[in-house]
Structure formats: C-alpha cells, structure tokens
Design a protein around this ligand. Structure first.
Ligand SMILES: N[C@@H](CCC(=O)N[C@@H](CS)C(=O)NCC(=O)O)C(=O)O
Length: 213
C-alpha cells in the first residue's frame, strides 16, 4: 500500500496508526501542504478534494481517513478498531467523529488560510481560533471519557479503537498552538496509554520521513 500523506497532517496520522496497529507495511509519498502541493495535479488526480491522506491499494485510491480505517478493519479484522457489539461501535464512532467531523474540519489548514487571506486574521487570531475549537473538543472529550462507564485504559475498553486513533493525533497536533491536552485528566490518561504503544508512537509527525524539525 502507498500512503499519500504529510507528516503534520493529523488525518494522515490516524491512518498511519491504523496501518501500524494492523501490521501493514506501507510506503509513503509526501505532499507538502504548506507549499500547496495538495492542489497540484499530481495529487488532485488521486483526490479531487486536495486533502491528504489518500491510500493507494490494488489499483484503487481510498480517501477520507475514517473510511480508510474502516476499510483496513474490514480487510484485517484483528485487532479490531471497532467493537464487536453495535452499541460499542456507535460509541467509538461517535468519539472519533467528535474529532474528525466536528473539531478537525474547522481547524484545518485551508480554513486557517482562508481566515488569513479573506478575513485578515493575523497569526495571533489564527492561533486563538485553533485553540478555541481544540479546547472545546478536549473539554467535551474529557467529560465523556471521565463519566461514561465504557471508558477503560483506552477510550473504549482495554484495547485501542478508532476513537483513540482519532484522539491522539488531535491532541498532539494541538501542541503546536499551545493547547495542553495534559490539562484534561481523562484525555491525558488515555493518550498516554495509547502512546505507550509503538503503533501510535511510530506514526507521530516527528518520526515521518518528510518531518521538518
Ligand atoms: N475528512 C478528511 C480530512 C482530510 C484533511 O483535511 N486533511 C488535511 C490535513 S490533516 C489536508 O489535507 N489539508 C490540506 C488543506 O487544508 O489544504 C479525512 O479525514 O481524511
């Protein structure tokens, strides 16, 4: 499999974690988002949306990180990133979607660029925008993780699911804007547990071939 990604992309980070958890070996093609390479034909021919990740497999291109992760889970059922029971699946998808459908899309690079270019936001305003939505997500996530009985060592029970796969990149990427996920105790406990696994650690931005430190 070939993963088209970018080291700082949290949606790509999710897919890297899932590939690692499933034990899939993959190669990477980097598209430098800050230089706009996601908008070049070399990439839009893979994903007309101009968003990473895009996973090439068997002559097909898969896009949308959650769809890719569910595909990997169908392909390689063990270890499961969803749950055996329907209620558990609904819960882990719900936690994952808090990140991937609500918080991430409004803090994405193209949104920040639009705030800058069209609405005159300076760097301080952009950082404040990012922090506002990231903290709101972490507060809600912390509330759920600390109060719902299904939470275990991980977001749901004792093994990682799609919820952890989404939460960890969201937490770590916020650090660049000064968002401290360690200030949210239930989130911190789960993120630290996930980061004790090599599959999560190896997927981190700093360890990718295109990382700029
Ligand atoms: N819903 C998509 C989001 C993908 C996405 O927004 N990717 C970001 C990087 S994390 C991107 O490519 N941004 C490029 C841009 O904003 O121009 C997914 O989960 O795959």
């Amino acid at each position: 499999m070939v993963l088209n990604d970018y080291f700082r992309s949290s949606a790509s980070f999710r897919v890297r974690i899932a590939l690692n958890l499933k034990g899939v070996s993959f190669s990477q093609v980097s598209h430098h988002l800050r230089r706009g390479e996601q908008r070049l034909p070399a990439f839009t021919s893979l994903n007309a949306q101009g968003l990473v990740p895009a996973l090439e497999t068997g002559g097909v291109v898969l896009t949308q990180s959650l769809a890719i992760i569910e595909y990997l889970d169908d392909l390689i059922p063990t270890p499961s990133l969803l749950c055996a029971d329907a209620l558990g699946r609904a819960r882990v998808r719900s936690l994952a979607m808090m990140v991937a459908c609500d918080a991430h899309p409004i803090t994405n690079l193209r949104v920040l660029e639009q705030l800058r270019a069209t609405f005159g936001a300076d760097e301080a305003a952009i950082a404040e925008w990012f922090r506002h939505w990231a903290v709101q997500l972490l507060q809600a996530m912390d509330c759920r993780l600390s109060s719902e009985p299904e939470t275990g060592a991980f977001c749901h029970g004792e093994s990682p699911t799609i919820a952890d796969v989404c939460l960890v990149p969201q937490a770590l990427n916020g650090e660049r804007f000064g968002v401290d996920w360690r200030a949210f105790p239930a989130v911190a406990r789960v993120v630290e547990r996930a980061l004790s696994l090599e599959a999560f650690r190896a997927a981190a931005p700093a360890l990718q071939p295109d990382a700029e430190l």
